[in-house]
Ligand binder design. Structure first.
Ligand code: PLP
Length: 400
């Protein structure tokens, strides 16, 4: 046995071996293994990426087609050909950053190639050895990588434990010149909401504290104009690094941070994944810009998503299932990885494309199904989903 086959065998026998799923995409459906299933595993929360009418997308394509008639204009290029710091910054990158500032009321915005780049890059750039990073135990892997790459001390607090966090802030206020608190706003695997108002209050009480909030799952979905949970809770101006991504509800790719101008200027000089990676293609940024401009008018989609989410959370509660979620991300716990695989298999045979979420994505012993609802799911579908989950939870023998 080679080193690799041994490692793979260990993964296989613990039910944790992963493969890249092969499938066809038909709008809201995924087709795989001869089965057509409602896709409940994507992050297309507003249903924008799979909209059967594709109005926004079609308008966009026409706009791009028209402007290409007399030669491709710079904003329609499919490659940026260099880093933002060389020749990779186009008018459309600046226009998107300007729009992000307008939508948020913040001084500055900076756009990145992906959320992974953003989280792996900002933290290492903005701390030094006299800083401490206090992060929620369940933050995304990309944030953990950012912490690992940084020279700061790092302490992880128990998930959402604000009491423990405040104790840590008190302690490190004495020892460290700077404290950065890092959290997600809607947690990606539990769907629960961070207490951003408490964090904003904490920052006011302890002057050395800065806040870093990743809104990957809340952008588009929450807040008056879809700018996220910080907007909904009225604390958008209090967060030093307000981060979001375009790959989920925004139906595009890339990420951004909203911050003060001085911090933006500093990041441009010090953030390695910004400096040493090719800028997003202009045409892609133009699409992101169109979606962001239309985001405030997408209340209807946000309301549909909220209604679907409330329905499913209530259904699970009525079955006595404890679920931390306060959002459209709804975990259904399995515990053991093999059990999660069985449950996913059952749901797939009933037409719902759910995947088992296993360690290391989630802590050992908390394997689960992660239901990721979208605004495109109908009332009937969400009722059918609730019924199928009831069956799988009540120890149905999973069709054996
Ligand atoms: C998806 C995700 C990311 C990564 O964003 P990409 O743009 O897909 O690289 C970062 N943070 C969180 C919380 C995420 O869920």
């Amino acid at each position: 046995m080679t080193w690799f086959s041994e490692k793979l065998e260990a993964l296989r026998s613990s039910g944790n071996l992963r493969q890249l799923p092969e499938m066809k995409h038909q709008g809201r459906y995924s087709v795989t293994g001869g089965r057509r299933m409602l896709n409940l595993s994507s992050n297309d929360y507003l249903g924008l990426a799979t909209d059967p009418e594709m109005l926004l997308m079609r308008d966009f394509m026409q706009e791009a087609g028209r402007s290409c008639a007399g030669g491709v204009p710079e904003d329609c290029l499919l490659g940026s050909s260099s880093s933002r710091l060389l020749t990779g910054t186009f008018d459309v990158h600046s226009a998107l950053e300007h729009t992000l500032c307008r939508l948020s009321g913040r001084q500055a915005a900076l756009v990145f190639g992906s959320g992974y780049h953003m989280n792996a890059g900002i933290l290492p750039a903005v701390v030094d050895a006299s800083s401490v990073i206090l992060s929620d135990k369940l933050v995304h892997a990309s944030i953990i990588d950012g912490i690992r790459l940084s020279s700061a001390r790092s302490v992880r607090f128990r998930h959402q434990d604000m009491g423990q966090l405040e104790e840590l802030v008190k302690k490190y206020s004495m020892e460290c010149s700077r404290i950065i608190i890092v959290t997600e706003s809607i947690f990606s695997m539990d769907g629960d909401l961070a207490d951003l108002r408490f964090l904003a209050g904490l920052k006011k009480r302890y002057p050395g504290v800065m806040l870093y909030v990743d809104e990957a799952h809340a952008v588009g979905v929450r807040g008056e104009t879809g700018m996220g949970l910080a907007q909904e809770l009225g604390v958008m101006q209090d967060i030093d690094f307000l981060c979001g991504t375009f790959g989920k509800a925004i139906a595009s790719v890339g990420a951004y941070v909203l911050c003060d101008s001085e911090i933006r200027e500093y990041l441009v000089n010090r953030m390695r994944p910004l400096i040493f990676s090719t800028a997003l293609p202009p045409l892609n940024v133009l699409w992101t810009l169109r979606v962001m401009e239309n985001l405030p008018a997408m209340d209807h989609r946000r309301e549909r998503l909220a209604a679907n989410s409330l329905y499913l959370r209530k259904s699970l509660a009525s079955l006595g299932v404890v679920c931390p979620s306060g959002s459209h991300i709804i975990p259904v716990m399995a515990g053991d990885s093999r059990r999660a695989v069985e449950m996913a298999d059952f749901m797939q045979r009933h037409g719902f494309y759910l995947l088992p979420i296993r360690p290391p994505t989630v802590p050992e012993g908390t394997a689960r199904l992660r239901v990721s609802l979208t605004a495109a799911v109908t009332d009937r579908e969400v009722a059918g989903l609730a019924a199928a989950l009831e069956e799988v939870l009540h120890g149905h023998p999973a069709g054996k």
